[in-house]
Ligand binder design. Structure first.
Ligand SMILES: C[S@@+](CC[C@H](N)C(=O)[O-])C[C@H]1O[C@@H](n2cnc3c(N)ncnc32)[C@H](O)[C@@H]1O
Length: 305
C-alpha cells in the first residue's frame, strides 16, 4: 500500500502541535536563546550575524526562529512555515506571548510559497528527516535564498546516533516493564505503566503515524553530496550530542511510558539538569571522537553569489 508521507506528517504534527512544547521540554527564554545561537555558531565557526530576512522552515512551535529573535538585534524580520496548520498556529501563539512579530504560514518545504531570491538565511531544526525528497527540498531552499545567502539545518539524526537511540528506548522499556511488574516505585508512588487506549496514553493510530513520519537517518557525508548536487557550495557539517542524547532517550521513554502520577516536578527538573550537564560534556569529548558517532547532524550550505 502506497502511503502519502506528506499527509501523514501533516496529520501527525497537527495532532502533536498542542502538547508539542511540553512533550519535548521546549522553552523560550534567555538560556534557550543562547543555546540556539551557540548551536548555529558551532556550524558558522563565527558569531551569528544580523539577518534581515530569516525564514524558518518546518517551524513547528518556533523553537529555533523565536529563540534566535530573543537575542537582541539578531533578526530583522522572521518568516516561518510548516506543513501543519496546528504547528503554524502554535508558533504564532508563542510569538505573540513573547512579543515577537512573525509572518507564519502553512507551506511545504518541497514547494515553498515564497518568491525567488527572497531570504538572507533559511534555518530549520529537526525537519529534514521528515522530508521524502531531500534533493527537491534543497533545490527549493536554494531558490528562495538570495545569492550568497546561507541555509543552516540542525537537529537531524545520524545513522549511528539513531541506532544508539533505539537501543536506549528498547532497553528502557523492557526494564520499565520488569520494574513495574516487580512492584517498584517511581516519584514516591508505585510505578505504573500507561494503559493503551486510555486518555493517559497516546492514540495508537498516532503512534503508528509517528513511526511513518520519521523517514530518514543520515550519513552526513552523503547529505553533503546531495546539497552540492542541488547547487549549493561551501557545504559542511558538524554533529552534536552523544551522552546527552542517549540519556535523553532513556528519560523520554520513561516520560512516555510511566503514568503521569509517577512523573514529578523534581524528576523533570533532574532530567533537564542532567541533559544540560551531559551536553557540556559532549562538547568536550567531540574533538576526540568521530563526529558521525554523535546523534544530531548540523548542515551548513551557501548559495553561490
Ligand atoms: C520534529 S518537528 C520539529 C519542529 C521544530 N522545528 C522544532 O525543532 O521544534 C518537524 C516539523 O516539520 C514539519 N514538517 C514535516 N514535513 C514537512 C514538509 N514537507 N514541509 C514543511 N514542514 C514539514 C512538521 O509539521 C513539524 O512541525
Amino acid at each position: 500500500m502506497e502511503v502519502d508521507l506528506r499527509k501523514a506528517n501533516e496529520i501527525f504534527h497537527d495532532y502533536e502541535s498542542e502538547l508539542y512544547d511540553s512533550k519535548w521540554g521546549i522553552l523560550f527564554d534567555e538560556k534557550n536563546a543562547q543555546r540556539v545561537k551557540k548551536k548555529f555558531e558551532k556550524l558558522l565557526g563565527a558569531p551569528f550575524p544580523r539577518v534581515e530576512k530569516l525564514l524558518e522552515v518546518g517551524c513547528g512551535t518556533g523553537y529555533v526562529g523565536l529563540n534566535l529573535c530573543l537575542n537582541d538585534g539578531l533578526v530583522g524580520n522572521l518568516y516561518a512555515c510548516d506543513i501543519s496548520e496546528g504547528m503554524v498556529e502554535a508558533c504564532c501563539s508563542n510569538a505573540s506571548k513573547l512579543g515577537i512579530k512573525v509572518e507564519a504560514k502553512k507551506s511545504e518545504l518541497e514547494s515553498l510559497a515564497y518568491p525567488d531570491n527572497e531570504f538572507d538565511m533559511v534555518i530549520g531544526h529537526a525537519i529534514l528527516h521528515h522530508i521524502p525528497d531531500i534533493r527537491k527540498a534543497f533545490e527549493e531552499i536554494l531558490r528562495v535564498l538570495r545569492p550568497g545567502g546561507i541555509c543552516m539545518l540542525a537537529g537531524e539524526p545520524t545513522r549511528t546516533g539513531d541506532f544508539l537511540g533505539r537501543i536506549a528506548r528498547r532497553s528502557t522499556l523492557e526494564v520499565l516493564k520488569l520494574y513495574t511488574r516487580l512492584g517498584g516505585r517511581f516519584g514516591g508512588k508505585k510505578a505504573r505503566l500507561r494503559e493503551e487506549g486510555t486518555s493517559d496514553s497516546p492514540q495508537s493510530e498516532t503512534k503508528e503515524l509517528e513511526t511513518l513520519v520519521d523517514i530518514h537517518t543520515f550519513k552526513p557525508r552523503e547529505v553533503a553530496k546531495i546539497a552540492i548536487a542541488a547547487g549549493f557550495e561551501d557545504v559542511r557539517y558538524e554533529c552534536e550530542e552523544l551522552l546527552s542524547a542517549f540519556v535523553g532517550w532513556i528519560t523520554r521513554t520513561i516520560d512516555n511510558s510511566l503514568s503521569e502520577e509517577n512523573l514529578t516536578v523534581a524528576w523533570r527538573f533532574w532530567c533537564y539538569n542532567t541533559y544540560v550537564k551531559l551536553s557540556k560534556l559532549d562538547e568536550r569529548i567531540y574533538a576526540y571522537l568521530p563526529s558521525e558517532l554523535f546523534y544530531n547532524m548540523l548542515l551548513y550550505m551557501e548559495k553561490p553569489e
